[in-house]
Design a protein around this ligand. Structure first.
Ligand SMILES: *Cc1c(COP(=O)(O)O)cnc(C)c1O
Length: 373
């Protein structure tokens, strides 16, 4: 078992998946050194996805701070997920795989996956918990329109954890023809590193844009952490800048880093919400995208090294920030990045950048119901 990030990462998978992971690692090692791979992604980013996304000053939200928002909510399909799905779809084509399986929680990764499969003419199967299908009906309908088959997962909590297990089971059965398009920087190696590199465009652009706007680097950078992909992509741009403080914000009821322990989940060793026997606990968050008991292994490493600080926000704090951004800036954020916005006042830095990972259309009904009660 090769551990990729200190004691975290590795490949805790059935023997039958090792050849597929080796094949993916090989294709990725070639692609990352190949200028034509990055040229193709740049072109797709510009002409299909809407990159670069803007950096927006948010004075009314935080009058005491110079706050900037990195606007991944303006990316095609409404969240940062597309950076990853485009990259993996190009890799799948290089592998000659014409069938894609994916898991989805809120449906954002499912929609991003279904979109790229339509764009490249690939068969697409998305596993989704039955409870999440009920909560996120519009995204289920979008995936259907995009030509994907959505398969309901009816066991356990009927949410993201079980959907991920089912997607992995499908992959094991169909590994010859199928690429597993994982939605965050989780899973067995090489996925955590692959997804980080595909999302690193967020941090690269944000660093350039804040230098352009302010002539200096920010004091602090914040991002919400579910599986951790928007955060790791954002942080990647600033990890070497020792003067920039980095903050990951978890949902208080799904705080794998703040209150988890070292354990294996979905193919990698990381920090997991689990009891002393390693039995995985259920996560609870108003935001379906953060409602996952695990987190990418690199975040566990960055926590232990002290380079990134991980804090939490409650459902109520996230809802208050959701409303405050709408009222002060005319931007309705997804509930996930509303967790990061909820911690801006505590950072007490002069110049702050927050990754606004997605837009809030999908959350409107849920948020309005919660705010009304
Ligand atoms: C999926 C999602 C997240 C959580 O996933 P990460 O891998 O932690 O980024 C956060 N924000 C939005 C808008 C999402 O759709």
């Amino acid at each position: 078992m090769t551990a990729t990030f200190g004691e975290y990462g590795g490949r805790y998978v059935p023997e039958t998946l090792i050849p597929a992971l080796d094949e993916l690692t090989e294709a990725w090692d070639v692609a990352r050194e190949d200028a034509s791979f990055w040229d193709e992604l740049d072109e797709l980013g510009r002409t299909y996805a809407g990159r670069p996304t803007p950096l927006t000053r948010a004075d009314r939200f935080a009058p005491a701070t110079r706050l900037y928002l990195k606007r991944e909510d303006l990316l095609h399909t409404g969240a940062h997920k597309l950076n990853n799905t485009l990259g993996q779809a190009v890799l799948a084509q290089r592998l000659g795989k014409r069938r894609i399986v994916a898991e989805t929680g809120a449906g954002q990764h499912g929609v991003a996956t279904a979109s790229v499969c339509a764009r490249f003419g690939l068969e697409c199967v998305v596993y989704m918990g039955a409870e999440d299908m009920r909560r996120q009906q519009p995204n289920v309908e979008r995936m259907g329109l995009l030509g994907a088959e959505v398969r309901a997962v009816e066991f356990g909590t009927r949410t993201l954890k079980e959907a991920t297990s089912e997607a992995i089971r499908d992959w094991i059965e169909n590994v010859e023809t199928t690429h597993y398009l994982i939605g965050s920087c989780v899973g067995p190696a090489p996925y955590p590193e692959l997804v980080r590199e595909l999302q690193a465009v967020i941090g690269r652009e944000a660093r350039e844009q804040v230098l352009e706007a302010e002539g200096r680097l920010p004091d602090a950078v914040l991002a919400c952490v579910g599986g951790g992909s928007n955060a790791i992509g954002m942080f990647a741009g600033f990890l070497d800048d020792v003067g920039v403080e980095l903050f990951g914000v978890e949902a208080a009821g799904a705080a794998s880093l703040s209150s988890g322990r070292a354990a294996v989940l979905h193919g990698a060793r990381s920090s997991v919400l689990a009891d002393e026997d390693g039995q995985v606990a259920d996560a609870h968050s108003i935001s379906a995208g953060l409602d996952y008991p695990g987190v990418g292994p690199e975040h566990a490493f960055l926590r232990d090294s002290g380079r990134v600080r991980y804090v939490t926000a409650t459902d109520e704090e996230a809802l208050a920030a959701f409303r405050r951004l709408a009222e002060t800036e005319g931007i309705v954020p997804a509930l996930e990045p509303a967790h990061a916005l909820a911690r801006v006042d505590d950072v007490q830095s002069e110049l702050v950048v927050v990754c606004l990972s997605g837009r809030g259309d999908k959350d409107l009904a849920e948020a309005l119901r919660a705010l009304g009660s």
